[in-house]
Design a protein around this ligand. Structure first.
Ligand code: HPA
Length: 277
């Protein structure tokens, strides 16, 4: 990023968004690979292409759109990112997490993150949804490195309850009402873009991981730094490398998200009205 201070960039991006959509969004959503369909749940959406927003990059990966949608879902004002940025695309960790800073500036109090992930836990099945209980940052990147702006958050943020316990309870209740099976586990975030080796998956299992993916961790770190509550879901799109006698492919990931999306949509729709500031 250039020499403009981070706080000024955040304010410029937020001001631009506010011009298009003056209402204050309460809930932020970041949609992962193939999950953009969740955007359909927004009523009368204001759509803003990322390339029009000051300091926003554009996402390049197949299966990802590049749009911000603002509107109402079940009576709540939401800001939804259809398409996110990944470090494997070449973006810095500060760029990847920048939109979360802008969400905070606009007034978002709760962030829902979704991703596609490989299942490491042998009891999981392809197509399961996993509520993220905690994460392990194996990207070896951190969006908070550098001088700390105390107006944005503290120097050493607490991460002992990164994925809010009361929100997780809400998610389980919502899933129960709908009869949707909801796993709960630890998400391991890696840089990618190659899928892992079987030896790496065995290591991640030993470390306590239940699912593995290439996103989410930077955005969640910034959200916690900013004091935004976080709820996270992984769609288990495939069993991780070496668990089944078959290669991994992006096509399988997209195929599974296609299959799971009605269930995912129902769950998120049922959760949103239950989220209070
Ligand atoms: N590994 C890493 N990222 C992923 C996977 C996986 O198996 N599936 C979907 N995203």
């Amino acid at each position: 990023m250039n020499d403009t201070p981070l706080s000024a960039k955040i304010k410029e991006a937020a001001a631009f968004i506010r011009e298009q959509f003056p209402k204050k969004p309460e809930i932020g959503l970041i949609l992962g690979s193939g999950l953009g369909v969740l955007a359909e749940m927004i009523e009368e959406a204001t759509v803003i292409s990322y390339d029009r927003i000051p300091h926003f990059p554009v996402s390049t990966v197949e299966g990802h759109a590049s749009e911000l949608l603002l509107g109402t879902v079940r009576g709540k004002t939401v800001l939804l990112m259809k398409g996110r940025f990944h470090m494997y695309e070449g973006y810095g960790v500060d760029v990847v997490s920048f939109p979360v800073r802008v969400m905070k500036e606009l007034g978002v109090h709760t962030l829902i993150v979704t991703n596609a992930a490989g299942g490491i836990n042998a009891s999981y099945e392809v197509g399961d949804l996993m509520l993220i209980k905690d994460h392990i940052n194996l990207t070896f990147r951190n969006p908070l490195i550098g001088p700390n702006d105390n107006d944005l958050g503290v120097r050493f943020p607490d991460m002992s309850e990164t994925y809010d316990r009361s929100l997780r309870k809400v998610a389980h209740e919502a899933a129960g009402e709908l009869g949707i099976k909801l796993q709960e586990g630890v998400y391991v975030g890696l840089l990618g873009p190659n899928y892992e080796t079987p030896a790496e998956i065995r290591m991640l299992r030993t470390l306590g991981g239940d699912a593995v993916g290439m996103s989410t961790v930077p955005e969640v770190i910034v959200a916690r730094h900013a004091g935004i509550r976080v709820l996270g879901f992984s769609c288990i799109t495939n069993m991780a490398a070496g668990m089944l006698d078959q290669p991994l492919s992006h096509a399988e990931v997209i195929e599974t998200t296609e299959r799971v999306k009605p269930k995912f949509l129902q769950l998120v729709l049922n959760i949103i009205p239950k989220l209070e500031a």
